[in-house]
Design a protein around this ligand. Structure first.
Ligand SMILES: Cc1ncc(COP(=O)(O)O)c(C=O)c1O
Length: 419
């Protein structure tokens, strides 16, 4: 028998093995200052492309004031306990009503974190006889929710209709035997590559197959659709989404999340979501803060217009300069380059130190080996000047990547750290 920790001492995992070179800089960096288009990293101002504050609400004075007043009035404890026991208030109910109305559903229920919330939603919706069909590129919280499922599950190829149908057929064969039902899960917007889930085509399949549809719209809520109600509204199929999920962690620039559905489904979920039944309720600062933010999303369409003006300027500028931004259909702006992990490190260092650009970097194993994904999140707070500077910087780093500068630099770094 071995000590449980033996494997941890030997193998830190595909990302963890880079911790010594990466921590504090490439991972766990400390972005400082007020959340905006320009923040500070290691004492230097950087154009920030890595926070999901899409509508620029995080640092609006009226938002900061609401948060501060709620904290002063209630402290950070109230209400204590889980919603079901002692953590329920009128304002929680009001927020749920307003969220439901905004996303055009009968009812909504608050979740104290999106991650645990959706995990429990999946867990509560299925029993062992049911079958789950979900996109292979689903966010970790969906994958973890599916992991709790004791019955069968099938993944389909990312956004691939043929594969969706094939797996629905497989699911039907299983469900006919077990007497269960089918839950299909997609994202409204896939957060790495920016593609929208094929919600319209998926709901059309309801004519042929009997399934219920859960959509995680973390990146679509507030950014897509005529009113900002998300990817379902954008694609004209909000009514056919059976359970709609969004988090407050992106457009709402806060913490918390919600699910919305028919009243009877929400009534069931509120008595069966284990992560909510056995965890403390959202504190008032977050509830009052969410009411304020929702009101701004509803009444200030100019924030969404500014966001999209920036998204279009950035994405068109990148395309005009010949960058590969994949097939994004949302604000999420990926830039794909070819290179190794050490080259990616040298490139990002150059971007930060010499150009003052801070964006997220994604490498293997999240994307295929040999690819570097620089992920830009435009917000309503960015300016044309930020975009122009960034486009120039990207042209600069691409030529250095292509002429082998980063390869040479990375070899020196790797030698220095003994890799
Ligand atoms: C697609 C998606 N779903 C769920 C979540 C989790 O939400 P939260 O941050 O509220 O836990 C995230 C990340 O925020 C996400 O990107």
């Amino acid at each position: 028998m071995r000590d449980l920790f033996d494997k941890i001492y030997k193998d830190k995992g595909p990302l963890g093995k880079w911790a010594e070179q990466a921590e504090g800089y490439f991972v766990f960096p400390k972005l400082e200052g007020e959340i905006s288009n320009r923040m500070h990293f290691q004492g230097k101002e950087v154009i920030t492309w890595s926070v999901n504050d899409y509508l620029g609400l995080a640092n609006r004075p009226e938002v900061r004031q609401t948060d501060a007043e709620a904290a002063a009035k209630y402290g950070s404890a109230y209400p204590m306990g889980a919603r079901m026991m002692s953590g329920h208030t009128d304002l929680h109910e009001q927020l749920q009503k307003e969220l439901a109305a905004f996303v055009n559903k009968e009812a909504a229920y608050l979740l104290n974190f999106g991650y645990q919330g959706i995990l429990s939603t999946i867990d509560a919706l299925v029993s062992k006889d049911d079958v789950i069909v979900y996109d292979v590129d689903a966010h970790a919280c969906i994958i973890d929710g599916v992991r709790l499922h004791l019955g069968q599950r099938f993944t389909y190829k990312h956004n691939d209709l043929e594969s969706i149908e094939k797996n629905l057929m497989r699911a039907e064969r299983v469900a006919e035997k077990t007497g269960g039902g089918i839950l299909l899960i997609s994202e409204g917007v896939f957060g790495m590559r920016g593609e929208q889930g094929r919600l319209k085509e998926i709901v059309a399949l309801k004519k042929k197959y009997n399934f219920r549809f859960l959509v995680d719209d973390a990146h679509g809520f507030g950014t897509l659709g005529k009113t900002g109600a998300g990817a379902g509204e954008e694609q004209g199929v909000q009514d056919e989404i059976d359970v709609y999920f969004a988090t407050f962690a992106k457009s709402m620039a806060s913490t918390g999340a919600f699910i919305a559905a028919d009243q009877e489904i929400i009534n069931y979920l509120k008595y069966n979501l284990r992560s909510q039944m056995f965890a403390k309720s959202l504190q008032m600062q977050l509830v009052e803060g969410a009411l304020k933010r929702l009101d701004m999303i509803r009444t200030m369409p100019e924030l969404r217009e500014k966001l999209w003006q920036n998204v279009n300027a950035l994405q068109n500028g990148l395309k005009q300069r010949g960058f590969d931004i994949g097939t994004t259909q949302s604000c999420v702006t990926p830039v794909y380059l070819k290179g190794s992990i050490p080259e990616a490190m040298a490139l990002v260092k150059d971007l930060r130190e010499n150009y003052g650009i801070f964006c997220s970097i994604v490498v293997y194993p999240v994307i295929p080996k040999g690819l570097i994904l620089l992920r830009l999140i435009p917000t309503a707070t960015h300016t044309q000047e930020d975009i122009d500077e960034t486009l120039d910087a990207f042209s600069g780093i691409r030529s250095r990547l292509e002429d082998g500068t980063y390869k040479r630099l990375s070899e020196a770094v790797m030698q220095a750290v003994g890799q």
